[in-house]
Ligand binder design. Structure first.
Ligand code: AHR
Length: 507
């Protein structure tokens, strides 16, 4: 048994957690849209063809914002293909994922789906093959009330009220050579600046995300951020970060340590923002939008065998195991610990494509292992992120040194005063006895510490259609505060939620 100590104090805060930290991402890729959220003729489909079983799982997951329609897809996408009568919409060769795009779902349907799912759209504009003109028209179509050509077209297409899209991405991963219309930082910075200006002139209330690096390992990082922000600082509100982790060689210690790199990436991009702010003698802090993050590696081999130019091929259908759920838990902790700077984050993606929710065409839907840490963090991780005084043993992994065996974040619910501690024990074979010193939270003696645990004896355990609940959270016996202190034992290779001072279920 290892030992660790955690002390929390309500006066020691990181910052407020923006609800949009629990966003997700839906791309026209594989079966995310077609047979994912949209499957007319499915027994659970509503009148518009949206699967109600999937809508219920999305609501349960708790995603306040969903980025759409890509991803790499958006860099070759013309949003005008996806509006108007469905039977008149073109079928296109979609080059990002070498598929056929039928355009049965577009911006209007997505806006309707968002309302049904209880979420808000975050739209990316195409800065690969299109530019400022199409982007400003898209804002006019979505957000202008009426009386102009584009807004009246939306009304004629059955949407009298504006979609009110607040958050927009200026392209996607424009630093990547794989991107349709890939650009240098100078080229992208210029077009992003001009696009941002004209989009905000169409609707000054919108917020804009400039493309940062598509990964910390890109050769152009962090000069990319500096140059892009030198061009766009005055006109954008966020810069994006993307990160995916995999474990192809089976080095679990390193895989579980990857979030250390994620946190460094956040600090480094924050530093680039601050550098440009200082250089410009600016007053505004550019915030971070971590709008693609997840585990992604299981599906690589099977995807290479897929035929090109299919409609909704089963691409990127990673089946996640218990280890992946632990990594997702540590990535969520990294986001929460940096909630002062990261204001938007999107788990990539939402349905079927590297997703917490899976469906079978014509069949059921189910929750992957990774659904659980996300859903519980989204449910109990809203409020104020607390600073941690954490003391415990560390290990040297092959990718990072001094990795804490115990990975923690803590959030205070400002309405109730309840505190949620999210804790991952990275050790595969030893439990951790965690001594909690919560005197700084001023909670009454006897306050319960409700416990939820996600673990499995088999780290390779997965949920699938036949066993949808093989990996699911369990409620453990509660502890109680005594003189502001308590001790809890965290099982090896476990994700844990400690709810301190909660009043049971949250509405
Ligand atoms: O999420 C899958 C892909 O990963 C996205 O399309 C792209 O932006 C990233 O490289």
């Amino acid at each position: 048994m290892k030992n660790a100590r955690l002390s929390l104090d309500s006066a020691r805060v990181v910052g407020s957690v923006d609800d949009r930290l629990f966003g997700s991402f839906l791309e026209h890729l594989g079966r995310a849209v077609y047979t994912g959220i949209h499957e007319p003729g499915h027994p659970a489909a509503d009148a518009q063809g949206f699967r109600k079983d999937v809508l219920a799982l999305v609501r349960e997951l708790g995603v306040p914002v969903v980025r759409y329609p890509g991803g790499n897809f958006v860099s070759g996408y013309d949003w005008r293909d996806g509006i108007g009568p469905v039977e008149k919409r073109p079928r296109r060769l979609e080059q990002a994922w070498t598929s056929v795009e039928p355009n049965r779902v577009g911006i209007d349907e997505f806006a309707d789906w968002c309302r049904k799912a209880g979420t808000a759209p975050m739209l990316a504009v195409n800065l690969g093959t299109l530019g400022p003109d199409e982007a400003r028209q898209e804002v006019e179509y979505c957000n202008h009330p009426g009386g102009t050509a584009w807004s009246d077209l939306r009304r004629a297409n059955g949407h009298p009220d504006p979609h009110g899209v607040k958050l927009w991405c200026l392209g996607n991963e424009m630093d990547g050579p794989w991107q349709i219309g890939h650009k240098t930082a100078e080229e992208y910075g210029r077009i992003a600046c001009e696009t941002a200006k004209t989009m905000k002139w169409a609707d000054p209330s919108i917020e804009l995300v400039a493309c940062g690096s598509s990964g910390r390992g890109m050769a152009t990082f962090p000069d990319w951020e500096r140059i892009v922000l030198e061009h766009t600082y005055e006109h954008v509100d966020y810069i994006s970060l993307h990160t995916y982790y995999g474990n192809p060689k089976g080095d679990v210690g390193a895989f579980l340590a990857e979030s250390v790199g994620m946190e460094r990436f956040i600090r480094e991009v924050g530093a680039a923002c601050d550098f440009v702010k200082a250089k410009k003698r600016g007053t505004k802090d550019v915030k971070l939008s971590f709008d693609e993050w997840n585990v992604w590696f299981h599906s690589g081999e099977q995807d290479r065998k897929l035929e090109r130019w299919q409609e909704a091929p089963p691409l990127l259908e990673d089946v996640y195991d218990m280890t992946d759920a632990l990594v997702v838990g540590t990535m969520l902790n990294a986001l929460l610990r940096n909630a002062d700077r990261v204001k938007v984050a999107c788990l990539a993606q939402l349905v079927n494509v590297i997703a917490p929710i899976m469906t079978r065409a014509g069949g059921p839907s189910w929750r992957q292992t990774t659904f659980w840490p996300f859903a519980l963090a989204s449910r109990y991780g809203r409020g104020t992120s607390l600073g941690l005084a954490l003391d415990g043993p560390t290990y040297d992994a092959t990718n990072h040194a001094d990795v804490p065996w115990l990975d923690v974040s803590a959030v205070r619910d400002d309405a109730t005063g309840a505190v949620s501690v999210f804790a991952v024990n990275r050790s595969l074979d030893e439990g951790i006895e965690l001594a909690l010193d919560l005197r700084g939270l001023a909670l009454a003696d006897g306050t319960p510490i409700e416990r939820t645990e996600l673990r499995s004896d088999d780290l390779s355990a997965v949920n699938d259609e036949a066993h949808p609940d093989r990996v699911a959270p369990a409620t453990l016996p509660s502890e109680r505060l005594d003189g502001g202190r308590a001790t809890v034992r965290l099982a090896p290779a476990s994700w844990n939620l400690l709810r301190i001072g909660g009043t049971g279920e949250k509405g």
